[in-house]
Design a binder for this molecule. Sequence first.
Ligand SMILES: CC(C)(COP(=O)(O)OP(=O)(O)OC[C@H]1O[C@@H](n2cnc3c(N)ncnc32)[C@H](O)[C@@H]1OP(=O)(O)O)[C@@H](O)C(=O)NCCC(=O)NCCS
Length: 188
Amino acid sequence: MYHVKEMVTLSQEPLLLRVLQIEEESFSVPWTTAEFQLAAADVRAVNLGLWRGERLAGYAIAFDEAGELHLASLAIEESHRRQGWGSHLLRQVLARAAERGCRSCRLEVRESNRPALELYRRHAFEVTGAKRRFYTSPVEDAVVMVRQLSSPCPEVDGGRPAANCNQAEKLGGKAMHRWTARRNLWPE
Ligand SMILES: CC(C)(COP(=O)(O)OP(=O)(O)OC[C@H]1O[C@@H](n2cnc3c(N)ncnc32)[C@H](O)[C@@H]1OP(=O)(O)O)[C@@H](O)C(=O)NCCC(=O)NCCS
């Protein structure tokens, strides 16, 4: 009934409208249509959706930045939260990152976002730093968290790495895309 797959039609309606709907209920500074369309067109992007039948229930947007996956957005529809779907989607993102040759996954999260902080901690992400006044509406610091993709996470992965991380890095040599700052995830 539930399945995760690439959001290949992210730039088009009706998927785009559904993503925007979940985005708006999930974040105080939601991404715009143009920003999702940029993600849809970016060859470095890993854009995954969680569907319940025909209905999108969550999504993740991430970018392969020279061998480090930057998890830019992860959201689950409010009525589906706390049922393990955020974990499921995150595991799929990490597995795809490892398949692409990424060695680590990095993210920023509001310091007050306890559900997300706890989710990432459960998935073996470690706090590596902070970014002062990173977010707006309200202004808030970001916690920076990183997970090495070759390190096992017994609690959620049964002790296995996210995937085989020994593949050659495929996109590591490509120029970094300069992403527009949104939700202050990518400072100018
Ligand atoms: C963060 C988010 C994606 C989690 O999705 P989810 O489907 O509810 O997560 P899961 O059900 O897989 O929860 C996994 C673990 O995370 C932690 N967690 C999740 N929600 C929590 C909450 N409200 N309070 C405390 N811990 C929570 C728990 O440890 C949970 O395990 P447990 O249920 O066995 O205790 C979801 O709350 C969401 O979409 N929030 C709004 C968008 C957002 O903040 N995204 C993150 C941006 S960095």
